[in-house]
Design a protein around this ligand. Structure first.
Ligand code: HEM
Length: 151
């Protein structure tokens, strides 16, 4: 009888291990890039999702998780920088170079701000981090006004 209950315990344990790895997998899939949209949109959406999470959990306790989130955001912004905004091909050819240059300059400003954000989270200066998140939002608005294709 005792043997049987040991066996039950072992079975329960392995089963719970199995369940936890399965849900970790589906969480990973949820946060992976969407494939049914252009890469620039997929990367931007990922930035949006990560920034929202960062805003929700901007506390000292979550410092390491937040530093990871900021690095993740940086990665997707860098990837978005390599892409062309969707309205580029619709512009007259002579305007495209300066349009793309302007896009990259603003994206670089976002990258600089992310560096500052990383430093302030690392130093535990969350007030400054909040202010930088507001700046990022202003850049988002400007970026979308100038470079996003109208629906
Ligand atoms: C930093 C915060 C930013 C966030 C959170 C953000 C978020 C987003 C989201 C969610 C989308 C996808 C919209 C959709 O589902 O169709 C998008 C697309 C886009 N965003 Fe951003 N964005 C940010 C900054 C910027 C900046 C700074 C620029 C320009 C320099 C920019 C340019 C674009 C472009 C070009 C698209 C793709 C759609 C298109 O090409 O028309 N974004 N962004």
């Amino acid at each position: 009888m005792k043997r049987l209950s040991y066996l039950t315990l072992i079975l329960l344990f392995t089963n719970s291990l199995l369940i936890s790895t399965t849900s970790a997998h589906s969480r990973e899939a949820e946060s992976s890039l969407q494939e049914d949209v252009p890469p620039i949109v997929a990367h931007m959406r990922q930035v949006n999702q990560n920034l929202r999470q960062l805003r929700r959990q901007l506390t000292a306790e979550k410092k390491n998780e937040n530093l990871k989130l900021i690095r993740e955001i940086r990665k997707h912004i860098e990837k978005a920088r390599e892409e062309e905004p969707l309205k580029t091909p619709e512009l007259p050819a002579r305007e495209r170079d300066s349009f793309l240059k302007g896009y990259q300059v603003l994206i670089d400003k976002v990258l600089d701000t992310l560096d500052k954000l990383e430093a302030s989270v690392s130093d535990g200066n969350l007030e400054q981090a909040e202010a930088l998140l507001v700046e990022l939002n202003t850049m988002k608005k400007e970026g979308h006004q100038k470079y996003q294709k109208e629906e």
